[in-house]
Design a binder for this molecule. Structure first.
Ligand code: AR6
Length: 210
């Protein structure tokens, strides 16, 4: 008897970082919340946020991309700071980036959901936004913290990321624009779905283009 084995090859056709050009925009009071599919290292904003690890010495993912694009000055400053606990945030200059500042925050590693992950992820966003406000920053771009190497389920992470940003924009702050720069269509869609459902239940949020 001859057995025939089929090899199934899956090709990922998704274009990471730039597949969807048109951002989703929502207005909260006079501020704007935007979702875009793109590469955060190219952002022309006052500050970009790095999903770092607690050593602040660089790594893979968005951390690696930011240090590569920003050059050694950022790492030098990180070394002087000496580290950052999970849930906290520190600020450095932007080196060769268009952004003037990089806010380095450390999200939690996903351990199943019962190890304080939600609280720590919320803190990472809150403390990044607090650092931005302290510097008088008007525009800030976030990646989807913890949802890469750290394994946080993206739908849950999107809920926290967007809720913390909306809460901040509803308060008194220098921040006028928060952008989420999602790397790839599936991350973009997860955030889009979450923002649509949050906006449905909150009359103070108006979606400009869905
Ligand atoms: N622009 C925007 N988003 C990006 C980019 C980019 N250029 N590159 C990757 N992403 P990750 P984490 C997305 O792993 O889960 C590092 O080694 C990526 O697709 O960068 O917080 C650190 O040093 C994902 O959706 O960060 C830490 O050790 C999101 O960014 C650890 O990884 C976050 O993925 C932190 O893990």
């Amino acid at each position: 008897m001859v057995k025939i084995y089929k090899t199934v090859v899956t090709v990922n056709n998704e274009q990471e970082g730039g597949g969807i050009r048109k951002p989703m925009k929502a207005k909260i009071n006079k501020s704007t919340l935007e979702l875009v599919d793109g590469d955060i290292t190219r952002e022309d904003v006052d500050a970009i946020v790095n999903a770092a690890n607690s050593t602040l010495l660089g790594g893979g993912g968005v951390d690696g991309a930011i240090h590569r694009a920003g050059g050694p000055a950022i790492l030098e400053e990180c070394k002087k700071i000496g580290g950052c606990p999970t849930g906290e945030a520190v600020i450095t200059g932007g080196g060769n980036l268009k952004a003037r500042f990089v806010i380095h925050t450390v999200g939690p590693v996903w351990r199943g959901g019962n190890a304080g992950e939600a609280r720590l992820l919320a803190s990472a966003y809150k403390n990044s936004l607090r650092a931005a406000k302290e510097k008088g920053i008007k525009s800030i771009s976030f990646p989807s913290i913890s949802t890469g190497a750290y394994g946080y389920p993206i739908a849950d992470a999107a809920q926290i990321a967007l809720a913390m940003s909306i809460e901040h924009l509803k308060g008194i702050t220098s921040v006028e624009k928060v952008r989420f720069v999602l790397f790839g269509e599936s991350a973009y869609r997860a955030y889009q779905k979450t923002l649509t459902s949050i906006a449905k239940d909150d009359p103070s949020i108006s979606v400009v283009n869905p």
